[in-house]
Design a binder for this molecule. Structure first.
Ligand code: NAD
Length: 269
């Protein structure tokens, strides 16, 4: 167990935290001393398992079922957290999904679902977080900032993605939403940043890495020559949530093994 607790006493909400990147972020924030709301949509047992691991590491945790694309459910989640723990200090807007199709075959429902969850869902959560951060202001014993919002974006906020126009549009939208919120909220001492993961081994993209052939193909896109683990994102989230990054706002932190440097130059390759 880590003795370094840069987030001690802070209260975090992590959306979609029962799986993949959200789970790793929730565990890392808990390990860093934060109390964590583990938001989930399906699979309460998986959410409870994450919460129990956080408690075993000495922080508080509770699970909460909320669909991030539903305004009332998001507001109720923030209300419940504030009632239980007094306030919120950190939001990690992570919940996301894909509904892939060629653009000529993409239904309006596929387009709308991805925008509703990946973009509108982040807006709804960030809005509630910002309102609470502004209400409370800075608590110097906890943090130099009034609050921190971390959007989980993607390398596809800058790399176009044929066959996934809904997903790329949602993540491109997250980038300018994040930057605009950062500009607007900086005067209130609220920091807003994104983490833009490259290829990370989670259920969202299993087919891209779960056979040696698929992994070899994927590695052609990654100069650092390894597929990322969810824990790589957890560590970045702890840094962006902590005062170690107090002068950082409006930034996308690419955690991608150099994928955005594509085509990666390899000697002799
Ligand atoms: P995942 O499928 O394991 O996790 C996504 C989580 O979001 C799940 O818990 C799911 O139930 C939840 N979710 C979906 N819709 C929701 C809703 N309406 N309300 C609440 N929760 C909802 O996949 P992941 O890879 O861990 O994805 C997490 C985030 O990371 C996503 O935003 C994704 O776009 C982003 N991302 C992932 C990768 C990668 O390589 N895995 C790369 C770039 C970005």
């Amino acid at each position: 167990m880590s003795t370094h607790k840069p987030l001690k006493g802070q209260r975090a909400i992590v959306t979609g935290a029962n799986s993949g990147i959200g789970k790793a972020v929730a565990l890392a924030l808990g390990e860093a001393g934060a109390n964590v709301v583990v938001d989930y949509l399906f699979d309460p047992e998986a959410a409870e398992d994450v919460a129990q691991q956080i408690r075993d590491n000495g922080s508080q945790a509770m699970i909460y079922q909320a669909d991030v694309s539903d305004e009332q459910q998001v507001q109720a989640m923030f209300q419940a957290t504030i009632e239980a723990w007094g306030s919120v200090d950190i939001l990690v807007a992570n919940a996301g999904l894909q509904r892939d199709a060629k653009v000529v075959d993409m239904t309006l429902a596929q387009w709308q679902k991805v925008l509703d969850v990946n973009l509108t869902g982040q807006f709804l959560c960030a809005r509630e977080a910002a309102k609470e951060f502004m209400r409370r202001g800075v608590e110097p014993s906890l943090s130099r900032a009034a609050g921190k919002i971390i959007c989980i974006s993607s390398v596809h906020e800058v790399i176009p993605w044929a066959g996934h126009v809904n997903y790329a549009a949602s993540k491109g939208g997250v980038m300018l939403m994040m930057q605009s919120m950062a500009q607007e909220l900086a005067g209130d001492k609220i920091r807003v940043n994104s983490i833009a993961p490259g290829a990370i081994k989670t259920p969202i993209n299993t087919a891209a890495w779960d056979t040696p052939e698929a992994e070899a193909e994927l590695l052609k896109l990654i100069p650092y020559n390894r597929v990322g683990d969810p824990e790589d994102i957890g560590k970045a989230a702890v840094w962006l949530a902590s005062d170690d990054s107090d002068y950082v706002t409006g930034t996308s932190l690419f955690v991608d093994g150099g994928m955005t440097l594509y085509p990666g130059f390899r000697e002799g390759g």
